[in-house]
Design a protein around this ligand. Structure first.
Ligand SMILES: [Zn+2]
Length: 364
């Protein structure tokens, strides 16, 4: 039994400024009691952070995702373990991998999608997830279920860094997208769609996806519709300003309108409409997106207009719901993946950089 007396608790939803006593047994929180007379640790206890959008097999170097298919199985395994360690060091105790090479990250016990479903030559086709036609789509969804995927990822729109793929366009027909959604749901799995542009977001929403990744250019009407449908949106902000990005990559992103200002305006619009936001960084993708960048993602959400409490909720209680795990809350019955930081992150989100300790039931 572990007993933690702590000055403040953020329980995944809100702050308890009076703190309390958290009792842990066999990796599980068994009780949370009001403060007693013993001296508490000076800090805030909160659930371990959850990053809902990472690429563990990508090493965050230049062109990291494109290089994944050239790596050997052993190299990919090393990269995945290193990536997981970086997340852990940053207070991220759970990640959801939304795109690897043919399911390699799933062998490391993480929640993941395997290779994203895409069209032949479409966004990230080189990860091995190219499909066409409803039959093949359904078959590939079933294959991922067998491989142990806990979520299906589909590239509804194009991407910036795949030559020939158009981030402003859609990739699948309405019927194909619907087939993917139906097959995922038939096997009890959620499905999330990559979409930057309004057209791809609208198509995904109509097909009934559970989540949308990025959703950068949702207009007000679309944001309202997403809120109404209860669709979870993962806006993948967060980059390390100290790491220079090669100018050709910046130019590609800018040509697609994906500037930092546009990304932040997108989050502001979603937040105003009341869309359920979950935190994700797209860690691994390239030099400014190292693994463990999630605290910076949350800072950028706050710069975009979320309160610090809303940003924390996106990385704890809401993220856990999206990942379907019994984590993300300081409450009896939940996994004891816990973090203690200096100060109060509901007042100053940068407190997440000052970790005093972690208690992790199990990293996955
Ligand atoms: Zn991604």
């Amino acid at each position: 039994v572990t007993i933690i007396r702590i000055a403040r608790i953020f329980d995944g939803e809100r702050l308890h400024p009076e703190g309390g006593v958290v009792i842990i047994e066999d990796g599980r929180i068994v009780n949370v009691r009001p403060p007693d007379r013993a001296e508490p640790i000076d800090g805030t206890l909160l659930p371990g952070l959850i990053d809902c959008h990472v690429h563990l097999s990508a090493d965050a170097g230049v062109g990291a995702l494109d290089r994944v298919p050239q790596a050997t199985e052993e190299e990919l395994g090393d990269t995945i373990e290193t990536s997981l360690r970086r997340h852990r060091e940053a207070g991220v105790t759970t990640v959801r991998d939304l795109g690897d090479l043919r399911g390699v990250a799933l062998h490391h016990g993480v929640i993941g999608s395997g290779a994203p479903l895409t069209t032949p030559g479409g966004h990230c086709w080189y990860l091995g997830g190219a499909v066409s036609g409803e039959r093949e789509i359904r078959r590939e969804v079933r294959r991922r279920v067998t491989d142990g995927a806990k979520v299906i990822k589909i590239m509804a729109g194009g991407g910036v860094f795949t030559p020939g793929s158009d981030p402003a366009g859609t990739q699948f027909t309405d019927e194909e997208l619907k087939a993917a959604v139906d097959e995922a749901h038939a096997h009890g799995l959620p499905i999330t769609a990559h979409a930057h542009a309004a057209g791809a977001i609208r198509q995904s929403l109509k097909a009934g996806v559970d989540g949308i990744e990025h959703a950068t250019f949702a207009d007000d009407a679309l944001a309202d519709a997403l809120a109404e449908a209860g669709t979870t949106v993962c806006p993948t902000l967060g980059s390390d300003p100290a790491i220079p990005v090669p100018p050709e990559f910046l130019a590609l992103a800018e040509r697609a309108g994906l500037t930092q200002a546009a990304l932040q305006q997108g989050v502001a619009r979603l937040s105003r409409a009341g869309v359920k936001i979950v935190a994700g960084s797209d860690a691994g993708l390239g030099p400014a997106k190292p693994h463990g960048i999630l605290p910076r993602t949350l800072e950028e959400y706050v710069l975009s207009g979320l309160t610090a409490t809303e940003a924390l909720r996106a990385a704890t209680a809401s993220a856990a719901e999206a990942c379907n795990v019994r984590k993300g809350r300081v409450r009896p019955g939940y996994d004891a993946d816990l973090l203690i930081v200096e100060g109060d992150p509901t007042v100053d989100i940068t407190a997440l950089h000052r970790i005093r300790g972690t208690h992790v039931a199990a990293l996955n």
